[in-house]
Design a binder for this molecule. Sequence first.
Ligand SMILES: [Cu+2]
Length: 150
Amino acid sequence: MGGALRRGTLVMAAAVVAALAFACGGDDDPEPTPTPTVVAGTPDPSRPTPAPPIQALVSIEAKDRAFEPTSILAPVGIVVRLTLANLDDTPHTLTVYADEDFLEPLPNGDTGEVGEGAIAKLDLTFEEGEYYYRCEIHPDDMQGQIVAND
Ligand SMILES: [Cu+2]
């Protein structure tokens, strides 16, 4: 009887040691965080990248040489489609910048000239912060601000 009890205790002790060793082994070598790869340049037409889904829509009008609205709240981290409807009889652009001095245009943030009666779109993903847009043809008259947050 006594011998069987000792054997059981020894087996228990061995199991505890194994569990501790396993726990310690799990602590080192954390998985390295993969660095996001940014692919620049012209997309390869033979391997089209599926566009991310549009998840928010913001409509902007250009009328009487003014934007409406001139202040936009945008969500962070999803694709926001900005449309510019030009209701004037003169061309406008919708051009988005990361700074209020209009020195850092966003990639893919410029519609180019949008003619009379035409509609153009920009698909942008914002990080938290403030962005600024203007018409490149009437930069003093036509400006607006985008505030992006969660
Ligand atoms: Cu304009």
